[in-house]
Design a protein around this ligand. Sequence first.
Ligand code: SAM
Length: 373
Amino acid sequence: MKKLSPSISRSEVLAWLLAPDDARLELLWHEADRVRGEHVGDEVHLRGLIELSNFCRRDCLYCGIRGSRKIERYRMSEEEVLECVHVAQRLEYGTVVLQSGEDSGLSSGMIARLVRRIKTDASLAVTLSLGERSPDELKEWRAAGADRYLLKHETSDPELFSHIHPHLNPLPSRERMLEEEPSPHRGEGRGEGPSPNNRVELLKYARALGYEVGSGVMVGIPGQTYESLATDILLFRDLDLDMIGCGPFVSHPDTPLGNPQSEMVGPQAQVPATDLMTTKVVALTRLVCPNANIPSTTALATVNRERGRELGLERGANVWMPNLTPPRYRALYEIYPGKAKVLDTAEEFHKNLLATLERIGRVPGKGPGGRRK
Ligand code: SAM
């Protein structure tokens, strides 16, 4: 079989994205799986997801917990979070991911204390996914022991980004995104320039502080073209991300983007938010970023309940993020409807997870599962 290389060109990426669903795709699936095996092995790293708050001061057009929605809000206590951490420890997960809406009620000091307690009690790797927070907060949490920061930009198309994120700072041009890393000491002395003011700059700042950093996109956001999705995939390579999460957009009827998609075809047409398109993106991402940690996402398992998770793992992914949020809160963290298996307990889910891994010839990862360099 022909080999596909990490230096795959933009026109090849675009051609794969536009390729029909037929036997030719076997080459892409085969190559993504080969590169995954060669560079990150058969381990699937397990990251226990704890959705610690659904308060959000933002109003992203696609998201079910957007600030303007009248829904019941919750914020977990430190003790509740630590109970979930102990479940992760019992199930031998290497990492916990603390995720929330952009909640200013989660104080910097509380998160730092929580990170320190997780490190002392359980010595797990800690990933934070708390939205856009200040450089000082990122610094404080890194000093407390946080290992990774996850902040998806969702699309690198600046116009689409600004449309779906009406209250976020705009993304810079691709050229600006690739400029040098901001210094972690910036802002401490005199005349050292402004603080990071957009998602990509903030991630570079986090990297300079020593975090592993992750981003990603939603596949099939209304208004996303194949051209822009190809740019997203090549940008992952250019930004040299440690973690890359790509899931399908799942329309939430109570959000401004809860309407059906157009049916044009061609490079400027709407990208469909399907499992097939998402696994193409996962596979191409594996090709261009051979040693990145890439999850098979819950959104993918939601649009294809039978096989979505497996397909992701068989087409390039090497990370699984089981949900450890207590069921009473999980139902309220409804970023989109029908989040897969929302009512399973962590233990039930874990049993299924082990059976799935065995069926596809993969093994649970050991240890923190940082990026292999
Ligand atoms: N507030 C943090 C942030 O903005 O990075 C993290 C929480 S946010 C709810 C986590 C992720 O949920 C987003 O990065 C986005 O990809 C995903 N998400 C939200 N709404 C979605 C939807 N309708 N379909 C698919 N994914 C969605």
